[in-house]
Design a protein around this ligand. Structure first.
Ligand code: UN1
Length: 492
């Protein structure tokens, strides 16, 4: 039983060695079981961060000289190791982060898939050849690593998001200093152990666990050549500004306030299922989660009846129980913030359409699936925090639109522009949505969350800064180019 599992020991990984942190205490707790410590140790100090960056810097020239094919082979071995541990790691993930066991295992499998994609990148083109306007010349665009890259990752995908940053960083020849969210240090350690076990040379990957301040120290470090971040817009912008001040590139994936639009004529059962997944899987803690629902008036009541009837069977509870569909938020304090948001939304005129029930023993980190309908008046709806702000929890804010044009306008409102979902069977409406909703990711007849490793991932406006992640856009961020004008030494 999970209660009897002793807390795992947390360690830092610096210059190829596992060592205790020298800083303050660090522990991760099971948000579903107050008082249960999942992992414990000590934070890294500024001195340990310094050694981590120095190790990454020292390892950089040799690692960039390793053929890309061999760098990819390390990632392919890591993918296989990760797959072999999916059961244990999925359980640890559920205990430390609070997502369900099925989602936890799924995330480990996804991290393996990401490692495999970038592992195979070792065999794909590493640059480009252009023709020259001059005879006897070719132009090569050669890709080179940035050097030492800082990786700062959030709690909500403790293993998949780090994999999709670290894997491209490594295969394109960079070395890494990684600072994970301090709520999920154990899963960070597990991924670092896997990469270490797969044969990464010393110093190529370094892991420092500790407070957010370490992220700032990283980006300000004179030996750091780039930083990739996923998390809140506030922190992302501060890190981006600090990077810009030093002239180093920063890639920041930040918040979302993603809408699902359900139009007349859509398959309402399919839409209800997908909206439920988009809004409530992972307890709504995805930057791609659906938090706005815009319903065409003529189908609104029918759709809400189908959605709420599905949610009646959606149980919230301890995520390691296989019969449970939704676990707690990552912590009681995260849940407090969401509860405050719900109260403010209700005070601002929203009405409660649906709220699931919690088991009696549920602690303070739990919030049931919650659907709020916003006031009909446009100004009141748009000022409502459930419409304007990212709650990062299981809360869906509903509005009714007269037609598709109004629905798309509302779906694209605000400063965020990460993802959207449109449910329709009319291809004309699909084309209007592609043109009319300014988002980085648009799903047609599927939920707003989800990402494949070979295609660009990222948002418009307040949701993203710098090159997008994944696929070939990852190469854009993790490399710079040397354009080589190449002629023979002895032109005719
Ligand atoms: C997904 O939609 O499955 O922080 C992935 C996040 C995103 C990842 C979403 N960067 O939630």
């Amino acid at each position: 039983m999970p209660h009897t599992i002793p807390a795992a020991a947390l360690r830092q990984f610096i210059a190829g060695k596992w060592e205790d942190g020298d800083g303050a205490g660090l522990a991760s707790d099971n948000p579903a079981r107050p008082g249960e410590t999942v992992a414990a140790g000590r934070q890294a100090t500024a001195e340990q961060l310094e050694r981590a960056v120095a190790a990454a810097s020292a390892a950089a020239p040799a690692w960039s000289a390793v053929p890309m094919h061999e760098r990819g082979a390390v990632l392919l071995r890591a993918a296989a190791l990760l797959e072999g541990s999916a059961e244990e790691l999925g359980l640890e993930l559920a205990r430390e982060e609070g997502k369900t066991l099925i989602e936890g295992r799924g995330e480990v499998a996804r991290a393996a898939q990401i490692l495999r994609y970038y592992g195979n990148e070792g065999d794909r083109p590493a640059g480009e050849v252009f023709s020259s306007p001059r005879r006897g010349e070719q132009i090569l665009v050669v890709r080179k690593p940035l050097g030492v890259v800082g990786v700062v990752t959030p709690f909500n995908f403790p293993i998949a998001i780090p994999a999709w940053k670290i894997a491209p960083a490594l295969v394109y020849g960079n070395t890494v200093v990684w600072k994970p969210a301090s709520t999920v240090p154990l899963l960070a350690q597990r991924l670092a152990e896997v990469l270490d076990g797969a044969g990464l040379p010393k110093g190529v990957l370094n892991l420092v666990m500790g407070p957010g301040a370490l992220g700032t120290e990283l980006v300000e470090h004179p030996l750091l050549d780039g930083l990739t971040f996923t998390g809140s817009t506030g922190v992302g912008r501060r890190l981006a500004a600090a990077g810009a001040g030093r002239g180093v590139p920063v890639q920041a994936e930040m918040g979302g306030k993603n809408a699902a639009v359900v139009l007349a004529g859509a398959d309402l059962d399919l839409a209800a299922e997908q909206v439920m997944f988009g809004a409530f899987r992972s307890t709504g803690q995805k930057c791609t989660a659906t938090s706005r629902l815009v319903l065409q008036d003529s189908v609104a009541d029918d759709f809400l009846a189908r959605l709420t009837s599905r949610l009646q069977d959606w149980s919230t509870g301890d995520p390691v129980d296989p019969s449970v569909q939704m676990g707690p938020l990552v912590s009681a304090s995260a849940a407090d913030g969401v509860r405050r948001g719900i109260d403010e939304a209700l005070a601002g005129g929203a009405t409660l359409v649906f709220q699931g029930v919690l088991p009696e023993e549920a602690g303070d980190a739990f919030i049931p699936p919650t659907i709020l309908e916003l006031p009909a008046g446009q100004a009141d709806a748009e000022a409502n925090p459930a419409w304007a702000d990212e709650f990062f929890g299981p809360v869906l804010a509903v509005r009714r639109a007269a037609d598709a044009a109004q629905a798309f306008e509302w779906a694209g409102q605000g400063e965020y522009g990460l993802s959207a979902a449109v449910f329709t069977q009319d291809v004309t409406r699909v084309l209007e949505a592609v043109e009319g909703i300014d988002v980085g990711i648009l799903h047609v007849n599927s939920e707003s969350a989800g990402a494949d490793p070979h295609v660009p991932f990222g948002g418009a406006r307040k949701s993203g800064y710098g090159p997008k992640e994944q696929g070939q856009s990852a190469k854009e961020f993790f490399t710079h180019t040397t354009t080589v004008y190449l002629r023979g030494g002895n032109p005719a």
